[in-house]
Design a protein around this ligand. Structure first.
Ligand code: GRF
Length: 188
């Protein structure tokens, strides 16, 4: 049984999908939800699903080995970022080489990088008049949204779409594909 840690900063809808997906699978479970905002809704979701949580601050992540030690102690095999907005430090990447993945709500390398999250991404897609957008699941390296791409899935954008409707379409893809891509990585 592999052990997954999900990192999230906000609502945690992807975290919830991942937790429930693996609840009835013999391959893995979400053993820990790491979050960095005391009032993040992901906490309610994790509690409801009886998944242990860990609230971290910047010192834990950047100045000490607190986070790494906790993850190692808990024998975490894969770190899954799902709406986690802080840059992952080099030492954590070194401690978990090729074991940290992220999902981005656009077709990288378009509309990625620091500050490109949430509705801003979909506003940029709309402003660019792109006719498609999608999701990118990728390994995490030291640069925001720049690691090796694992999988992309696409959806059409029409003239009638607004940033909000684009967000809804993209979120559907995220919920549909992220759990199964995680599963296939764990099977490698
Ligand atoms: C998702 O759009 C994900 O792609 C991005 O952050 C958002 C998280 O949403 N990295 P949620 O908290 O899982 O609902």
């Amino acid at each position: 049984m592999k052990r997954i840690a999900v990192f999230a900063s906000g609502s945690g809808s992807n975290a919830e999908k991942i937790i429930t997906y693996f609840q009835d699978k013999p391959i893995a479970d979400v053993s820990l939800v790491v979050y960095n905002k005391p009032d993040a809704f992901v906490l309610e979701r994790a509690k409801k699903l009886s998944v242990p949580t860990l609230l971290i601050n910047k010192d834990d992540l950047y100045e000490s080995d607190e986070v790494i030690n906790q993850l190692k102690d808990q024998q975490i095999d894969l770190i899954v970022l799902a709406g986690f907005l802080w840059l992952i430090p080099k030492k954590l990447i070194k401690a978990f080489p090729e074991k940290i993945i992220n999902i981005h709500p656009a077709l990288l390398p378009r509309f990625g990088g620091k500050g490109m999250y949430g509705l801003r991404v979909h506003q940029a897609v709309k402003e660019a008049n792109d006719t498609e957008t999608g999701i990118t699941i990728h390994y995490v390296n030291e640069v925001y949204d720049a690691g090796t791409i694992i999988r992309q899935e696409r959806v059409a954008v029409s003239e009638e779409d607004t940033p909000t409707t684009i967000a809804q379409k993209v979120q559907q893809l995220e919920h549909q594909y992220y759990p199964e891509v995680i599963e296939s990585i764990l099977q490698k």
